[in-house]
Design a protein around this ligand. Structure first.
Ligand SMILES: *Cc1c(COP(=O)(O)O)cnc(C)c1O
Length: 461
């Protein structure tokens, strides 16, 4: 009998996270202070992040032990299954083997709790009483609300107002886990009040919500701020996905030729691919890793590698990344988790060095692919995950043309049960492709062009 699901026992769960920095030939460039253009010291992050997370952010160690207390919480939904998509393969009539790692079985329905749990744990250990964060579509806010509930920490979520009004179910999920959810801009912060004074009917933005959450964190010594993607320590925590997958491929006596994942900030892509890239960087594997972004937010394929802010308001340190410029406002596509102007420093450096690949795909092709997958495999994917599935179908076509059989692994980063309006819009022909002119991209990038990495004297470590 053929095995469909490769399932690890709880005791086989990996006991460490993998830090790819240890194996990168070109180390990531340091974050810079926007005023002095000098590298920031780790202590400068301490008003918003707790010490152990800052240490992980700057660590050069290859492996970082997962605390026993975090492993206990991971067991609520981990290990996650590696599944062979036999039904999809049959429907496609392909010789390729397609596997997916399913992260939708978690409390929030995505990979996000893999970092929400350790972040809440380290904060609780440091005596933090409250964590503030922002959320767009609500995936990250849901994950952090759950994690905070596990450690008895209060959680305040600033949710972009348009999503707050359009996606009531995500708010109800966060409230169920005990979090407070505020539509942003709110009148609770100075930044929010300023913004409302300017425009009382503002729909909000991720950048504004970040400003509100950061402002609340810096004002109180028992409150910290938390981010759900982009930063090194967030990507680190997600590597539990790929470490499990390595063990599961051993069980399957197989190995991927290609790994595909959607990329918003880079955390789930890093999570599934970095452990395999360790083997590639050590010369033991030739795996190709492809990050997939929406055509309407093409930072990897059309953006520029340069220093830019992580938020729209320009409060964060400058990060060296592929970016469309921090003023870029992506179209309001349904894949809310992929609407971010930049990519994480680690993924950006790896792309620049040609170690990973990237591709941009229009949203209708993604929903077609996701709907096909749902019909044959029985899971309705998150709109973000549909981007990976569309790329898988392209890989299958390519293999056919080349007369090859490939082993393909993709990350099913989440389910789409709270995104059914997106599928409704797709089915009713209400999805439009957002044409992004190169002029528009150039305009946004030129607004930050005084911050190119080659113009900044970066000391070598
Ligand atoms: C947040 C999210 C993403 C994108 O974020 P990354 O940090 O790039 O992983 C992708 N898929 C789902 C389901 C998400 O919730």
């Amino acid at each position: 009998m053929k095995t469909k699901k490769f399932i690890l026992e709880e005791k086989e769960m990996p006991k460490f996270w993998y830090n790819i920095v240890a194996d990168m030939e070109n180390k990531p460039l340091p974050p810079l202070h926007p005023g002095t253009k000098e590298p920031i010291s780790p202590e400068m992050l301490s008003p918003i992040l707790t010490e152990e997370l800052i240490m992980q952010e700057v660590s050069q160690e290859r492996f970082i032990e997962i605390p026993e207390e975090v492993l206990e919480k991971y067991k609520i939904y981990r290990p996650s299954p590696l599944i062979r998509a036999f039904e999809l393969e049959k429907a496609l009539g392909t010789d390729c083997k397609i596997y997916y790692k399913y992260e939708g079985g978690s409390p929030s329905g995505s990979h996000k709790p893999n970092t929400a749990i350790p972040q809440a744990y380290y904060n609780a250990k440091a005596g933090v009483k409250k964590i503030t964060t922002e959320t767009g579509a609500g995936q990250w806010g849901t994950a952090l609300s759950f994690a905070c509930a596990q450690y008895g920490i209060e959680c305040d979520v600033y949710m972009v107002k348009s999503s707050f009004e359009q996606k009531p179910y995500r708010k109800i999920m966060m409230n169920t886990f005990g979090a407070n959810v505020y539509p942003s801009p709110s009148d609770r912060t100075q930044a929010g009040r300023n913004f409302l004074a300017e425009n009382p009917n503002s729909n909000g933005s991720l950048g504004m919500a970040i400003s509100e959450a950061v402002e609340m964190a810096v004002q109180d010594e028992h409150t910290k701020y938390s981010l759900g993607s982009v930063l090194n320590h967030v990507l680190l925590h997600q590597t539990i996905i790929g470490e499990e997958a390595l063990k599961q491929f051993e069980m399957a006596q197989d190995y991927p030729d290609v790994i595909v994942a959607p990329l918003g900030g880079g955390s789930n892509f890093a999570g599934i691919s970095f452990p395999f890239l360790r083997e590639k960087l050590q010369g033991k594997s030739e795996v190709r890793c492809v990050a997939v972004e929406p055509s309407s937010c093409p930072k990897l394929t059309k953006g520029k590698f340069m220093y830019d802010f992580g938020d729209t308001q320009g409060y964060t340190p400058l990060l060296p990344m592929f970016t469309l410029g921090h003023h870029f406002e992506p179209a309001s596509i349904h894949a809310g988790g992929l609407r971010y102007h930049g990519a994480s420093v680690l993924c950006s450096q790896l792309l620049k060095d040609g170690i990973i690949e990237a591709n941009a795909i229009p949203q209708i092709e993604c929903f077609e692919a996701g709907s096909l997958f749902a019909k044959y495999e029985g899971i309705i994917p998150a709109p973000e995950s549909n981007h990976a599935i569309a790329q898988v179908l392209r890989e299958v076509e390519l293999a056919k043309k080349e007369g090859k059989s490939k082993t393909i692994l993709f990350n099913l980063s989440g389910h789409g049960f709270v995104d059914m309006m997106a599928y409704s819009d797709f089915q009713n022909g209400n999805l439009v492709e957002h044409q992004l002119s190169s002029q528009e991209i150039d305009n946004n990038i030129s607004r930050i062009s005084n911050l190119q990495p080659e113009e900044i004297a970066v000391p070598t470590a």
